[in-house]
Design a protein around this ligand. Structure first.
Ligand code: PMP
Length: 408
């Protein structure tokens, strides 16, 4: 596997790179980069319109990607919309629900304080202009853990929309996504799968979510590709988010009719080559097996938690049990997270993230509970299939050394 990821050969100040920033974005296997090159050199053209050979090759390749993702999720290709990422997918859902009247003034939108800004800011800002009510599920458990009771306590409110993450990008908590439909039988459920899908095959129809968004760059694919699954019955009723070419059927001076699904939601020239290469990322993961990826990441997560919990002066966030997957958020008491990340990089070749992780509502909650030394900031290490126990060992040794140096 090491050979498949040339970036892993990079040296940082003469040390082997230990890449633990996978929740931000993952490295790319050769297979994905080679597909991009091959496609650009042999089949690249604009899609759907022209009748020439290259255009039809490109169209076939792009539609093949759609079919692969549809099979992966167990849905129809008509329900797969390509976007630029999770952020655009969630904005699309929110705006289109509003424009079509499926979400109206005084309706309730429920989200949580665990959310990435991508699943928080759209709902917050749009409520200003459209007058729907917005409420937040507050994690009551240990260090920002969302408990079942927190979800249950909103049950009676009968929200119109529930917009929630499948796995927190700060604490790594996996949410019991299988339970959401039972708890909120009438809600339009929008699942932010940006962190969950790299680790698990999720079947939206089986668990009963209406929308599922994720980004390919977090699962070995190129940047600039998002997948949005939307339930057909809802997509059919929804007004498009973007207007332009490709998404229309007929245009007159008075009005337009829209193209069929999913093209109605794909205005303009899509990110053709990256969408095409995305199917190679999916194929790579499927060949290795999502179960294998899951098991490896779980082992590394638990190992890191175990090792770090033995280091005095290290504060860990999240549930710290089997609900935590792929992500370890922590602080060294008295040391700014940016200093920790900088030293780990420069002295140990370990790439982690520090900051608010685009989840300021959760950071504010941790701060309120006096769990953060520094406002709005933690260190975050995140694992993926190419990481090893040796990576965890180098990382933990690095953390111990940083702590030691700062306590002199
Ligand atoms: N949701 C979550 C939980 C995330 O971790 C991220 C990326 N950090 C996003 C949404 C946004 O994804 P993108 O930047 O690819 O649109």
């Amino acid at each position: 596997m090491y050979e498949d990821f040339p970036t892993l050969k990079t040296k940082i100040n003469g040390r082997r790179l230990v890449y633990l920033d996978n929740a931000a974005t993952t490295l790319k296997p050769k297979r994905v980069v080679e597909k991009l090159k091959e496609f650009y050199y042999t089949s690249y053209s604009n899609v759907h319109r022209a009748v020439h050979t290259l255009a039809s090759r490109a169209t076939v390749e792009l539609e093949e990607s759609r079919e692969r993702f549809a099979e992966f999720l167990g849905v129809s290709p008509q329900e797969i919309i390509f976007t630029s990422g999770t952020t655009m997918a969630i904005n699309l859902v929110a705006v289109s629900l509003l424009r079509s009247g499926l979400l109206k003034e005084n309706d309730l939108v429920l989200t949580s304080l665990l959310e990435h800004h991508a699943n928080f800011v759209p709902w917050l800002r749009l409520s200003r202009f459209h007058g729907y009510r917005l409420e937040y599920i507050k994690p009551s458990g240990r260090f920002g853990t969302l408990e079942m009771d927190d979800l249950m306590s909103h049950r009676e409110k009968n929200p119109k929309v529930l917009a929630i993450t499948g796995l927190s990008n700060v604490t790594g908590q996996r949410i019991p996504v299988e339970e959401l439909r039972n708890i909120f039988p009438n809600a339009i459920i929008v699942l932010d799968g940006a962190q969950l899908l790299p680790h698990e095959r999720v079947k939206p129809k089986e668990i009963g979510v209406d929308f599922l968004a994720f980004s390919l760059h977090k699962m070995l694919g190129p940047t600039g590709v998002g997948v949005l699954y939307g339930r057909k019955e809802l997509l059919e009723q929804m007004e498009p988010f973007l207007y332009g070419g490709e998404m229309i059927d007929r245009v007159s001076l008075e009005d337009v009719t829209f193209n069929e699904l999913p093209y109605k939601f794909e205005a303009g020239t899509p990110n053709i080559a990256d969408i095409v290469a995305s199917k190679e990322a999916l194929a790579y993961l499927e060949e290795i097996g999502f179960e294998v990826v899951h098991e490896r990441v779980e082992r590394l997560t638990q190992l890191a938690l175990e090792e770090l919990s033995r280091v005095d002066g290290v504060e860990l966030y999240g549930p710290l049990d089997e609900r935590q997957h792929g992500i370890v958020s922590f602080n060294i008491k008295g040391v700014h997270p940016h200093d920790v990340a900088h030293i780990l990089d420069q002295e140990f070749g370990v790439a982690i993230r520090s900051g608010h992780h685009c989840a300021q509502p959760l950071m504010n909650l941790l701060k309120e509970q006096s769990l953060l030394d520094f406002p709005n900031s933690t260190c975050r290490a995140s694992f993926y299939l190419y990481n090893t126990e040796e990576d965890v060992r180098i990382f933990v040794e690095g953390v111990k050394k940083v702590k030691e140096w700062f306590s002199r």
